[in-house]
Design a protein around this ligand. Sequence first.
Ligand SMILES: [Fe+2]
Ligand SMILES: [Fe+2]
Length: 160
Amino acid sequence: MELTKKLSDAFNAQIQAEMWSSNLYLSMAVHFMDQGLDGCAHWMKKQAAEELEHAHKLIDYAVQRGGKVQVSAIDAVPTEWASPLAVFEHVYKHEKHVSELIDKLMDLAVAEGDKATQDFLWWFVREQVEEEDSAKKIVDKFNIFGVHGLVCIDKELGKR
Ligand SMILES: [Fe+2]
Ligand SMILES: [Fe+2]
C-alpha cells in the first residue's frame, strides 16, 4: 500500500518543519557563538544535527512507501533573542509545537487507516517526550541558578 496523497503531503510539511527546526537551532548556535557561549553553541549544533536526522528519517520512509517527496525552500528563522534564557524558552515552546504537529500527523495516519505509518510515527511521539523534557530541564536550570549560573550551565551543555 502506498502513502495516500493526504499523508504524502503531510509528510512533506513535516519534513519542512524538521528542516526549519534544524535551521532555527543552527541560528541559535551562531547567536551563542557570537556571545562566546561555546557550550550552549555546541548543544545547539547537536540539536540542529538531530533535527536534520529527523527530516532524513521522514524522507527515507516516505520514499520507501511511494510518497512524492519534495525538497523545497525553508522559511527564514529568527536571529535575535533577548537573553540565553529566552533562547531556551523558545526551544521549549518550539518543541511543544512540534509535538502537536506529530500528534496531528498521527491522527491523519489513523484517519487514513495506515497502520505502518502509525507504527513509524510512534518513534517520533516518544522522541518528542525527550525533546520537551531536555529543553524544560535547561529552562529550569536557568530559573534556579539565574544569570550567575550561566558559566556553569554553559560548561555543562558543552558536554552533550
Ligand atoms: Fe525533530
Ligand atoms: Fe526537536
